[in-house]
Ligand binder design. Structure first.
Ligand code: ATP
Ligand code: MG
Length: 308
C-alpha cells in the first residue's frame, strides 16, 4: 500500500501517522473487520453483473471488500466506468448486488434506506424548482412527519450551516450552481445522518467554487461527525478531503489500492494545506496507485481521472 505518511509530519495540523493513530483503524482491506454498528459501511465480496447486449454481461464490480468506519471520510477514485457510482448505488440500496453482502451501521442496505441512515448528494443537485431553498431542505423532514416547529428550527440551522441564510426564500433558479449544491448538501443532512453518500457532487462546478465547497464540506463534516463515501475523478479533491482514498480499476471494477491520507483534523484543514508538502505527497501517492510509479502526471492510462 502506498502512503504519504512520512511527509505527513509537515502538515499544518499535527496528526498521528496511520500506524500510531489513536483511533482504532483495522486492516486496510477491511475484509476481516466485524460487521458491527460502529462501522458505517461494510461491503464484503460484492459483485455486480449487468446484462449487456445480445445476452452478454458486463461485470461492473467484482470482489469488492470495503469498510468505512464511523466518522471516516473515504473517497473512491478510478477511471470512468470502473464502477464507482455502481458501488455507491449498491450501498444506498438503489441497486442490488449480484452476490456479496452490504451492511450500513450493521443493518442491511435496505433497512438502512428505510431507516434513513444516510444522506445522499449526487452530481446534479436535484432540487425541486417550485420549492424555495428552505422548502427543499425541509422536504425529507416533511416526508417523515416531523412537526412544523421542529422542522422550522432544523431548516434554519441547516441554512446557516451551508451559508445560505440570506437566500432561504429564493428558488433554485435564482441560485448559482454552487449554491444549489449547498442546498442539496443541506437537504442530505436534514435528518442528521451519520453517513453521507456523495457521487461527484462538485463535478459541475468551476475550480474556485469547487475548492470553496470542499472546504465547506470539511467544516460541515467536522461539525456533524458524519462518515462520508465520496466519489470523485479528481486526485487533489480526494486527497484534500479524505482520510483514505480507495483506488479502483476498470473491467471488472475492483479495488486495487488504498492510500491513507491523514492531513490533519478536518476542522483545521485550511486552504493553505493545498500548498503543503503533505498534500503533494498524498497526490503523488494516489497518482502512483492509479498509474504506477513511473507514470508522467498528464499521460496516465486511467482515462477520466483528473491528475492536476
Ligand atoms: N444499469 C446498468 N445497466 C447496464 N450496465 C450498467 C448499468 N449501470 C452501470 N453499468 C455499467 O457498469 C460499469 C460501471 O459503471 P459506473 O457508472 O458505476 O462507472 P463509474 O466508475 O461511476 O464511471 P464514471 O466515472 O464515468 O461516472 C460500466 O461499464 C457501465 O456501463
Ligand atoms: Mg459515476
Amino acid at each position: 500500500m502506498s502512503s504519504p505518511s512520512s511527509a505527513s509530519t509537515a502538515a499544518s495540523a499535527p496528526e498521528p501517522t496511520p500506524a500510531s493513530s489513536s483511533t482504532p483503524v483495522p486492516a486496510a482491506s477491511g475484509a476481516s473487520a466485524a460487521s458491527s454498528a460502529s462501522e458505517a459501511v461494510v461491503v464484503r465480496g460484492v459483485e455486480r453483473v449487468f446484462p449487456g447486449a445480445k445476452g452478454a454481461t458486463v461485470t461492473a464490480l467484482t470482489g469488492i471488500d470495503l469498510v468505512v468506519h464511523a466518522g471516516e471520510f473515504v473517497s473512491l477514485i478510478g477511471p470512468s466506468g470502473c464502477g464507482k457510482s455502481t458501488l455507491l448505488r449498491l450501498i444506498a440500496d438503489l441497486d442490488t448486488p449480484t452476490s456479496g453482502e452490504i451492511r450500513v451501521f450493521g443493518k442491511t442496505a435496505k433497512q438502512a434506506r428505510i431507516d434513513q441512515s444516510y444522506g445522499i448528494a449526487f452530481q446534479q443537485a436535484g432540487l425541486l424548482p417550485w420549492r424555495t431553498v428552505s422548502a427543499n431542505i425541509e422536504l425529507p423532514l416533511q416526508l417523515h412527519g416531523i412537526g412544523a416547529a421542529e422542522r422550522r428550527a432544523r431548516v434554519a440551522e441547516l441554512v446557516e450551516l451551508v451559508g445560505l441564510t440570506d437566500f432561504a426564500t429564493h428558488y433554485p433558479d435564482q441560485l448559482s450552481g454552487g449554491m444549489q449544491q449547498r442546498v442539496a448538501i443541506a437537504r442530505s443532512l436534514a435528518e442528521q445522518p451519520r453517513l453521507l453518500l456523495m457521487d461527484e457532487p462538485f463535478g459541475a462546478l468551476d475550480e474556485m467554487t469547487r475548492e470553496r465547497m470542499q472546504t465547506e464540506l470539511l467544516r460541515i463534516r467536522a461539525e456533524t461527525g458524519a462518515a462520508v463515501v465520496f466519489v470523485t475523478h479528481s486526485i487533489p479533491e480526494a486527497v484534500y478531503l479524505s482520510d483514505r482514498v480507495v483506488v479502483m480499476s476498470p473491467r471488472p471494477g475492483r479495488i486495487t489500492d488504498e492510500v491513507d491520507v491523514r492531513l490533519g483534523d478536518a476542522a483545521e484543514r485550511g486552504e493553505d494545506l493545498r500548498e503543503d508538502a503533505a498534500f503533494f505527497a498524498g497526490v503523488t501517492a494516489v497518482r502512483e496507485a492509479l498509474h504506477g510509479p513511473a507514470s508522467a502526471p498528464a499521460t496516465g492510462s486511467a482515462r477520466g481521472v483528473d491528475v492536476r
